[in-house]
Ligand binder design. Sequence first.
Ligand code: BTN
Length: 265
Amino acid sequence: MKNNVEKNIQYTFPNINPKNLESVVPGRVYYFEKTKSTNTEAKLKDNVPDKSLFIAEEQESGRGRLGREWKSPAKTGIWMSIYLKPQIPQDSISQLTLLAGLAVSRVIPDSLIKWPNDVILSGKKVCGILTEMIVKNSIPDRVICGIGINVNTDSFPEDLAEKATSIYLHTKKFADRNNIIKAVLSEFFSIYDAFIKNGFDTIRKEYTEKCITIGREVSIICGSEKKTAKAIDITEKGELLIETENGTEIVNSGEVSVRGVLGYC
Ligand code: BTN
């Protein structure tokens, strides 16, 4: 696509074309011009086929991890949720979030992953993932894997600018979201099928190589508790192996926030 900014041409972002996504989505595609949150839409809907997609041009109340807000203005980003009914033990569900991070990272050139699931470009976050599980009669019924990618955002508010970026800000080129959505979904479903068959081991090596967190001094924040450690590896279950002054420990992605001691990553 041409660099329209340099040429000072007003660029109109193409809409998402839901019909065009049907070839890469095994289930159904639910498309919204505007919704509160695609994760919330997917969570509230019953009788949805496995591997369906909820996608919106704009989210009015986009949600991030740990109860944070996720800014989702119209047409500049990809705000989508994948609806899954995986037959796997409950303690493996958090691994799905790592799969989604890897799928996005395969599609965005130069990107890396900050464990567990932030996709990073030049040290700033370009994509976040929010995985939520619905439990029915004490059994996991469905998992909603929400993916937010900043694509054509040309600036962020001051409080975000230090740690957030977009594909546009990195490449100086606007991108057609339709191509990125299709590529991410096709990577995701191929990784997911392999994961369901053979477990996390199928992507552990690739994930670990892309994981910017490994080898770094990090702060692990869980509620009001904070500890500093060195991240040393990703376990066979997708957890973070850290070295603290008391020896090695395993951190599960659940409710923790990981920050680099020297900055966001
Ligand atoms: C994070 O990094 O905190 C996770 C951000 C997840 C944002 C996506 S956008 C699509 C889906 N719907 C939401 O409300 N949140 C997720």
